[in-house]
Design a protein around this ligand. Structure first.
Ligand code: ADP
Length: 276
């Protein structure tokens, strides 16, 4: 009888555990479903806004033959700008989902951080040919130990942080990039600006998908609101951390991320480029 009761209790416990697991799984699936619906709703909205503008512009161009050449040009430019915005949004969205679903092939290799910074600065400058950039000070020296990361993705993070720093800082302001701290196994890179700053309660939120301080309809600075979410996924890919600091509105911002130092097979730090 004791054995039978023990068996019954055992079966009941297993059933209860299975039920709890099933409930857990259900909750996880529901959470996933909520995230998916949110994402579809936000993406739909983000795409619909520029699409409506393009439609209005094209309709006006098609139905108003007497439109002045100046207004025609304005309509064309607006439609082109919004088409470019949609292209960028789709591209960023695909990159982010690729990163989030783990479908990215990482090719980590020993890299000279100073070279990667130079490359990202050249991307930033070529995208801003109108010369309205703030003063950019590059303090990353070439005597640092080599780092271990995927070069293409690293340049993407650096360029995105530099682009943002320039975008949210007036041409009279200053942007600095430096290695702010060196630990035995990683470097901390900082992109700092003297621009408009970030409220303390937004320092985490800025890394959320589609977060933009201006909201969806008043995007004076352009962008897709996906850049920092992409950066966070990339940095996570090499096991690093990324975070923002700011003294608040109009007091500038600092974005920091860590990247591993390349250790050779016997676990030694690589010699610096000068000493090798
Ligand atoms: P995007 O730049 O395309 O809007 P991001 O994901 O790169 O998207 O940035 C999200 C938001 O975080 C920005 O819209 C802005 O509100 C804020 N932000 C990012 N970088 C800075 C910065 N250097 N200074 C002030 N605000 C920033």
């Amino acid at each position: 009888l004791v054995n039978a009761i023990a068996t019954q209790i055992g079966v009941a416990l297993i059933q209860a555990e299975a039920y709890a697991n099933l409930q857990d799984l259900n909750e996880q699936l529901e959470a996933l479903d909520r995230t998916r619906s949110n994402l579809v709703a936000i993406t739909g909205h983000e795409l619909r806004t520029p699409l409506s503008t393009i439609q209005v512009c094209l309709e006006s161009l098609a139905t108003e033959p007497d439109m002045s050449p100046e207004l025609r040009q304005v309509m064309l430019n607006t439609a082109l700008q919004d088409a470019e915005r949609m292209r960028k949004l789709v591209q960023d969205f695909l990159t982010l989902s690729q990163l989030e679903s783990g479908r990215v092939e990482w090719n980590p290799e020993p890299l000279d951080l100073a070279e990667c910074v130079e490359l990202s600065l050249s991307h930033v400058r070529s995208r801003n040919r109108d010369g309205n950039l703030p003063n950019i000070q590059n303090l990353v020296t070439s005597d640092l130990p080599l780092i271990q990361a995927d070069g293409e993705w690293l340049v993407e993070v650096l360029a995105k942080l530099l682009d943002n720093a320039c975008k949210f800082t007036s041409p009279q302001g200053k942007v600095t990039i430096e290695v702010s701290r060196s630990y035995p196994t990683r470097l901390e890179v900082t992109v700092a600006d003297t621009g408009r700053g970030i409220e303390p309660n937004r320092l985490e939120t800025v890394f959320d998908r589609f977060y933009q301080e201006e909201g969806a309809l008043r995007r004076s600075a352009g962008g897709t609101g996906l850049g920092l979410a992409i950066c966070r996924q990339i940095v996570k890919g090499w096991g690093g951390e990324i975070w923002a600091e700011s003294e608040g509105k109009d007091h500038g911002s600092q974005f920091h991320f860590t990247v591993p130092i390349f250790l050779d097979t016997i676990g030694q730090k690589t010699p610096t480029p000068e000493s090798s």
